[in-house]
Structures are given as C-alpha cells and as structure tokens.
Design a protein around this ligand. Sequence first.
Ligand code: SF4
Length: 343
Amino acid sequence: MQTFAYFDSGHEFPEEIVMAAGFTPYKILGDVEAGTGAADEYLHTYFCPFARGALNQALAADDDWAGIGFAHGCDATNRHYDVWRRHLGQPFFWVNTPMKTNPTARVFHRRGLDDFRADLEKAYGVAITPEKLAAAIRQSNRIKEKMRRLAALRATRDITNPEYFEMVRTAVQEPRDRVLEYLGELEREWPARPAFPRALVPVLLTGSDVTFPGWMEVMEEAGLRVVRDDLSLGERYFHAAIPETVEPLKALVEYYALQPQPATRVPSDRRLDYLKTALWESGLNAVVSQNLKFCEPYAIDAPWIVNELKKQGIRIIHLEREYTPTLDHQALTRLETFRQLLE
Ligand code: SF4
C-alpha cells in the first residue's frame, strides 16, 4: 500500500479519507538528527524549527510518497503550503479546517472534507465511498481504543516517556495493520511491567508537540514521568472515538470537536478545561508546560495557562526548548530543580 504523507500541527488531518482512498497515512515529523539545512534555503531561521525539519524531510523523501496533504493548523503549516507546493514534485492537497467548532464552522469543515475527498478521487481515479470511509473509521477507532487503554497504564506501570512516544509515533506513521499488531504486542507486555517507580514524579505534559524522543528522554533523566498530556502526538490523537452511527464525513467533523483543543483553536478555554479535568481525574498536581523555540501559539498561551493552573494550586513550570538531538543541559537542570521542589 502506498504512503500518503501529511503535515498538520494539531491532529487536524483526516487520516480516514486517505485510508479510504487506499493509502497509508504518514504524519511528517521531520528528523531532528538530519536538522533543517535544506529547508533553511527556503525559510527564515526564525520560523518554527519543527516545521523546517518537516520540509527538510519532505525535500529528501517526497519521491517515496504518493501525495502530500496539508491541514490548516498553525501559521507555520499555512505559510508553508506555497513553499512546499513549489519545490516538491508530488500531488499536493489542502484541507481547510476551521478555527472553531460552532455550527457555522462545522458546515465549513464538512465542505472542506468533501472537497478533499473529491480532489483525491479525481487525482487518483479512486472511489471513496461511504462504506470505505466507515471501514476506515472503524479501523481508526480500534487503534485509538487500544492506545487509550495503553496510555492509561502510564500512571501505574513502569512505562518510560520514550516508550510512550514510540507508541504514538508508530500509530501516526506505520501501516494500519502493523499498528494494530504492534499495539497488541504492547497490550500483552505493558500490564505485566513493574509498578510505577517510586523514584519518579508523575506529571502532565502540555505545550508544543514533542516530535522526537530526545525531549522525552530529558524528562525521564530529570525524574519526571509523563502520565497525562494533551499533545497531538499523545492524548489528542486517541482521546475521542470517531462516531460510528452517523454519516462518515459528518462523523469526522464531530470527532474534530471532541478532541482536546490545541492552542491554535478558539475559544482557548476548552484547552484549559481539558487540562484541569485531566489533572483532577488523575489526582495529579504537577505540570510541565513547554514551547518549542519560535512556536508562537503555545508561547502566547503559556502565561495564561500557567496562571490559571497556579490558581488551582497546581505546581507548574514553563520553559522554551530547542530543536536539537543533543541533550539540552539547561532544560535538564531546570526540570531537575522542578522535580526537587515537588518532592
Ligand atoms: S511547533 Fe508550534 S509553530 Fe511549529 S508546527 Fe507545531 S504549533 Fe506550529
């Protein structure tokens, strides 16, 4: 099965439409080890480095992809569109997703999904029927349900931050059957793991998406174990099930409204509400908030989120992090200090 790559910043891309067209969806995450050199020929270096890393990967690997889709996410994804379209050779598609989830936005979103479906049908000569969409939705829901159960084990079992990252990375990049097989292996292995290590402190992680395992390793090194989060490469991807009893494209619109909201969407209160609920239901009182350097949506939201959670008595640290494969010693020191304050 051919791969169809996509670039989004907040789990806006409708993977199921691509699956129904007969492709494996592949979320472009860039390669922090490869850096951003080729992309820097086209984009300013004060642009989000993750987005530059994604373009860097696309410039090297787009021949392996049947097509590339962009979903309307943050300004970095939007402003990239023209650069990518001009410099990459593969068929290119735009999926317009709304900033809100009110009734007007839902009508707009439904039209955007239908346009994308029609564009794929025309470009590849395939029929994306309601039956195929419904089958793709069922398969996605099986994956999300398994991930939900596995992620819940973080609070009670010894599941490292990089292992959790790898579970989600696999889910957004590998063929669907392989993902189900892999999650099945984890379902047999993770419940038998030793209990949550006493030496580590459980925290909730929020902010920019963590797109490489190095940052998760830094948190592990600092003695902080992520047991909840609201990231796209995390709970946002599997928190909600896609409704199966309504017309498929309408179901995808509803699903979008059920997800934990990223900082790019309004009203912002919904993001804060998810964080408060996650903390309350998990009995957690510690949060690591971070933004990738030059990631404006999360940097702008951070003072408000930090203050609101502090008002609830939550212990919280916010830091800006680098896009680098080497150990971020400054971040490690700050996180270690934070952990000591929590003990
Ligand atoms: S890290 Fe921030 S600026 Fe970069 S793609 Fe994600 S949301 Fe956009």
